[in-house]
Structure formats: structure tokens, C-alpha cells
Design a protein around this ligand. Structure first.
Ligand SMILES: [Zn+2]
Ligand SMILES: [Zn+2]
Length: 143
């Protein structure tokens, strides 16, 4: 075990003649079996370290729980969005299939209407209008 190996030749923090059996889970100081303070399934060098260790364990636990809850909520939201999106796509597909002829004829109608608009003559008309207003402006400036 790595933990036991790292204690080879290490003596207790309070008893220089006694080999250490464990390291404090909070401050990592070596302690012998007599000095070890047990807390949960961990070993500490003192009551203060045990309290700190347990407190931080509780905090870490809380953070993990909050994070897990947040992850869960985010996953549920994502799933809901996907379901809604899939539903919309499906509804659109069903709608298109049911009204395919109607939609196709509308698209064709729109297409022909767009084509029937004489864009060229309209553009020419506006260009002429702009030219005329520029001429007027020119005259006004010269006068
Ligand atoms: Zn300690
Ligand atoms: Zn000791």
C-alpha cells in the first residue's frame, strides 16, 4: 500500500520514538496509533483537524449534490427541447404530407407571382427618379 510505504521511517508527531501509523487526512502530519483521532473512515492528528476534515467533506458533498442537481436539470431541459423540436419537425412533416398539394401549389403561385413582377422596369423608374432629383440638386447649387 502506498500510504504505508510513505510512512516508513516516519515517527509520530507527538512521540519521536514511536513509528507513525497514519497521516492526518487534513494536514498530512504523521501520527501513531495512540494519537490518531478517528473520524468517519479517516484518521486525523487532532480534534481540530477532524472537525475541519469533516466540515470540508460536508461542504464538498453539498457542492457535489448541487452540481449533480444542476446537471440533472440541464439534462432534463435539453431532453425537453429535443422532444419539442422533434415534435415540431414531425408536426411539420405530417402537415406537409397532408397538405402537400396545397403547399406545392401555393409555392408555385408565389413563384409565378415573383416572376411576373417586372423588376427591371421598376428599378429603371427609380434610377430615373434619383437622376432627376440629382439634376434638381445640381441646379439648386448652381443658382
Ligand atoms: Zn492534522
Ligand atoms: Zn503519538
Amino acid at each position: 500500500m502506498a500510504a504505508k510505504k510513505s510512512l516508513e521511517g516516519v515517527v509520530c508527531l507527538n512521540h519521536p520514538d514511536t513509528p507513525a501509523t497514519a497521516r492526518c487526512a487534513t494536514c498530512a502530519k504523521p501520527v501513531c496509533g495512540q494519537c490518531a483521532v478517528l473520524g468517519g473512515d479517516q484518521v486525523f492528528c487532532s480534534g481540530v483537524c477532524r472537525q475541519n476534515g469533516l466540515d470540508s467533506a460536508v461542504v464538498v458533498n453539498d457542492i457535489m449534490q448541487i452540481k449533480k442537481r444542476g446537471d440533472f436539470r440541464r439534462r432534463v431541459l435539453l431532453l425537453l427541447k429535443l422532444i419539442i423540436l422533434a415534435g415540431l419537425v414531425y408536426a411539420g412533416w405530417v402537415y406537409y404530407n397532408r397538405h402537400r398539394d396545397e403547399i406545392d401549389s401555393k409555392v408555385k403561385d408565389l413563384d409565378s407571382r415573383v416572376k411576373s413582377i417586372d423588376i427591371d422596369s421598376k428599378v429603371k423608374g427609380s434610377v430615373e427618379k434619383i437622376d432627376k432629383s440629382f439634376e434638381k440638386l445640381d441646379k439648386a447649387v448652381k443658382d
